[in-house]
Design a protein around this ligand. Structure first.
Ligand code: ADP
Ligand code: ZN
Length: 858
């Protein structure tokens, strides 16, 4: 029996987790996961069927209008997961389900006004001036959209004026779907349907039509035998016979099937001419679907897998067993998946393990998804996968054109690829027969979608996806997320270790593989000593000497500034003291406005001290220099050195990463000054020195994960050293040489870092010992935002106390940056075992955004 009712998620701002009931008309087949169109208020909206409840007769439900595609858009597993995303991240069901849809799926209907055919054509005398203006507009143009109406009478009045015209039946309103943002590309082709000889004869006849003109042109020297296509522009313009002849001659003498667009453009003819030829039965018009392929034009030479090192072989063996076990049982429903945390230092061959695991999955008849952070999705990464799986790799990321994303999605859907590699959104790729999911650099914060809803974390979605499909999950990192490592230690994930670096050296033209158990170490330089020794420059003596030596040896230097999400904090340059919040133990942030130090967690405020509270020194300063400042100082400290800057400001312009990188690789500069981006997997043989100008920057960002993030980025930088045959050196400059994150990063000792970090998380009650939810409100008026935040915080505390819940509500405090895109941001952080339970009890007022498990608290 077919279902009579459907619970549908609608594409409308209805708030989180709401479904609406509709009747299924007789004869319409709908399944869970199906995309439909449904009436919603006065409009029609897109919907996705979540449930087909078996309920008795319900009155007053409206019917579904239409199904969008015959089959369901989401598989049962995807639909279950969409439900989880919506519930866990407290987002709308439609927004969650639409994550699995192709680009171009989301569409909205817009109202269009047309003159009412039954109304008298006269202008009613009692209409207001504005009403008359809109009616005139609709009648003159035959149709008008709301934007036309708004343009005519202003945004404010538009809705009321239209209401009156509709009530008086002077205009009618229809809903029209806006154009999708992406769709299939269909190209039109013209094809010759007669022989080339016949075509040329027909062309000659066509040319002969205006005989007098033709004679004249011949006299003037047109149409030499070899120049059939060259016509005078004027003749082409005025004479359709000549235009048609040219088309025939082109097809007769060249390819007999060509794209219509190319023909029209290169010959300067119109589609009318083509249609005329088709009507004469000389050519035919055809359509063909064109696939926009992001890897088009690149060819990949298949490359065999190298033999694995013992550590790799062990790690791969474990994954292989899990893949075989998964293949031999049926999908396992809601069970803990086989999840591995592959902890391997940089260059230890993690990617090689992923590749082997993918090969195994494919051999078992399965497919894979590989997530890499957006920054790591370089042509080199894609190439490495494409060489192992020639023509079987799809790429999905936001830098592809909408058309490429659309086509890639459908080809994945149709099972064309063994491997999908992409950034966070690729976890929603419609890859069938999923057997393996790889999340590389699993600690990367770019896996969290923080700028749009749902605020999902791709790694956590991957875990849920693996759970529901029985796929095996491999998460890899040199510096795992502290929470992931914690879970691995507790046995929730299986921990695999690759402790040695794989070093490939060319010996007698043959690559020789060597294992290096000792990792390069960074030298920590205490900047407080520099000041005492009278060195006021940004560069310590150690770093400056190193730079000079490298320059003298014609080697290259990277000066690195850790600036991602960094705030301006105050630190004593004599003793290294940092001003912290007394209540929250996080660094206070300097605000120029009012010259204040502000806690971005609890909003505690203090004046900026003139003397250091610890040592009484006067050299208490703001830290937070930019790359430009570093580049300027480097230019004066190392005259003659060629400098190159690489940061977001520079790359936002015309000079892309690739251009800068290539130029530095070609040794067109001696010193590269840059931020995070240069820390990533770069291998530049001539670089023998990497200097971290101020390792403290980022450490005192008001966020419980500041230490973790600083450790991660500094370890990556330390990992740069000693890669080339010339060896190399890394220098960390700091005012806090004893800081555990800086120390552990310099020694590349993850476990040491982890143990200190997890102890402090436990002491302060931060994740993984609690959960967080970040509530944020933004408004153009700072007072309005602050008051709204204060009101909600009060409600939350009252509700919490009334229900006896154990939970901290921190704040409200200003966001960081406090003002973003013209709006002031205020936030509340909920911290406890179950913030969701409180959010169930206190529904958020409109305008509030909630980020569950926020990656950053800023
Ligand atoms: P990771 O992903 O851990 O940073 P990679 O997989 O990129 O490490 O390996 C680092 C380098 O070592 C790469 O150039 C890779 O080709 C090489 N490599 C890795 N494993 C092997 C192996 N078993 N035999 C030979 N070369 C290897
Ligand atoms: Zn505080």
């Amino acid at each position: 029996m077919s279902a009579r009712y459907a619970d549908v998620a609608v594409n409308a701002p209805v708030g989180p987790r709401r479904l609406f009931s509709y009747a299924v008309p007789d004869g319409m087949a709908v399944q869970p996961g199906q995309a439909v169109r449904v009436p919603f208020g006065p409009r029609t909206v897109q919907g996705i069927v979540f449930d087909l409840p078996d309920v008795p007769e319900v009155s007053k439900v409206r019917p579904i209008e239409a199904v969008i595609d015959p089959g369901p858009l989401l598989t049962p597993a995807q639909l279950q997961l969409a439900r989880w995303v919506a519930e866990y991240y407290r987002a709308s069901y439609f927004d969650a389900a639409a994550l699995w849809a192709h680009l171009g799926f989301r569409q909205r209907a817009r109202p269009v006004l047309t003159p009412s055919p039954t109304a008298s054509p006269d202008m009613p005398a009692d209409l207001t001036e504005r009403g008359a203006a809109v009616l005139r507009l609709v009648r003159q143009r035959g149709r008008a959209g709301m934007s036309d109406v708004e343009e005519s009478v202003g945004k404010r009045a538009a809705a009321a004026v239209v209401r009156v015209l509709l009530d008086r039946e002077l205009v009618e309103r229809r809903w029209e779907w806006e154009r999708p943002s992406a769709g299939p590309r269909v190209a039109r082709l013209v094809r010759l349907v007669v022989t080339p000889q016949q075509a040329l004869e027909a062309a000659a006849n066509l040319r002969a039509l205006p005989v007098a003109r033709l004679k004249k042109m011949k006299q003037l020297g047109f149409f030499s035998e070899r120049q059939l296509n060259v016509e005078s522009a004027r003749d082409l313009r005025v004479n359709p016979g000549v235009r048609q002849a040219v088309i025939l001659e082109t097809l007769a003498l060249g390819e007999d099937r060509q794209f219509l667009e190319d023909v029209c453009q290169s010959l300067g003819v119109g589609s009318d001419d083509v249609v005329a030829l088709a009507q004469q039965g000389l050519i035919a018009l055809e359509t063909r679907r064109v696939v926009r392929d992001p890897l088009a034009g690149q060819s990949f030479v298949p490359r065999p897998a190298p033999p694995l090192t013992p550590a790799q072989a062990h790690a791969f063996g474990e994954v292989e067993q899990a893949l075989e076990a998964a293949a031999s049982t049926s999908p396992r429903g809601d069970r803990m998946p086989a999840a591995f945390l592959l902890h391997g230092v940089t260059g230890s061959g993690k990617t090689e393990v992923y590749l082997r695991a993918l090969e195994k999955a494919v051999a078992l008849g399965k497919k894979g998804i590989v997530l890499v952070p957006e920054i790591a999705l370089t042509p080199q990464t894609v190439q490495r996968f494409a060489e192992r799986f020639p023509n079987r790799v799809a790429v999905l990321h936001s830098a592809l054109s909408p058309g490429e994303q659309y086509d890639e999605w459908w080809r994945i859907h149709d099972g064309a690829f063994d491997v999908v590699i992409g950034s966070r959104g690729a976890i929603f790729a419609p890859q069938p027969d999923l057997g393996l999911i790889v999340v590389d650099e699993e600690h990367e914060w770019t896996y969290k979608q923080h700028d749009a809803t749902p605020h999902y974390h791709a790694r956590d979605v991957a875990l849920e996806l693996a759970r529901r499909t029985g796929a095996v999950l491999v998460m890899g990192s040199a510096t795992p997320d502290v929470a992931s490592y914690y879970r691995a230690r507790r046995g929730e994930y299986r921990l695999l270790e690759l402790p040695e670096r794989v070093i490939v050296e060319e010996e007698a033209d043959r690559p020789v593989v060597r294992l290096e158990p000792r990792l390069p170490q960074a030298e920590v330089v205490d900047l407080r000593d520099e000041l005492r020794a009278g060195n006021r420059s940004m560069f310590s003596r150690t770093l400056a000497e190193g730079v000079r030596a490298a320059l003298a040896a014609k080697e290259q230097v990277i000066l690195f500034l850790n600036r991602r999400g960094a705030s301006t904090f105050v630190q004593c340059r004599d003793c290294g003291f940092v001003l912290r919040c007394r209540r929250c133990d996080i660094a206070l942030t300097y605000h120029t406005q009012g010259e204040r130090m502000v806690c971005h967690q609890c909003n505690d405020r203090r004046p900026v001290p003139q003397l250091c509270p610890q040592c009484g020194g006067r050299r208490i300063r703001y830290l937070g220099a930019g790359t430009q400042k570093v580049a300027e100082e480097a230019a004066s400290a190392f005259p003659g050195a060629r400098l190159l800057r690489w940061d977001r400001d520079v790359t936002a312009g015309r000079r892309t990463h690739e251009v800068i990188l290539r130029s530095f690789l070609a040794h067109e500069a001696d010193i590269l000054v840059g931020t995070q981006m240069i820390a990533k997997g770069l291998h530049i043989p001539l670089v023998t020195l990497v200097g971290v100008v101020c390792a403290d920057i980022g450490l005192y960002t008001p966020d419980y994960r500041a230490g973790e993030r600083t450790f991660q980025v500094l370890s990556q930088v330390a990992g740069r050293a000693g890669r080339g045959p010339r060896g190399g050196k890394v220098v960390f400059q700091t005012y806090s040489p004893q800081n555990y994150a800086i120390q552990a990063a310099a020694r590349q000792d993850y476990v040491k870092f982890y143990e200190q970090e997890i102890a402090s998380r436990r002491a302060l009650g931060y994740p993984p010992y609690s959960r967080l939810a970040l509530l944020r409100y933004a408004h153009t008026n700072n007072d309005v935002a602050r008051e709204e935040a204060a009101r909600l915080a009060q409600n939350i505390r009252r509700e919490r106390d009334a229900r006896g819940m154990v939970l901290d509500a921190l704040g409200p405090a200003p966001g960081f940056p406090q003002r973003l895109r013209g709006r002031y941001r205020w936030q509340i952080v909920l911290r406890g075992a179950d913030p969701a339970a409180l959010l169930d009890a206190v529904p958020l007022p409109p305008g509030w955004d909630v980020d569950v498990d926020p990656a950053v608290l800023l």
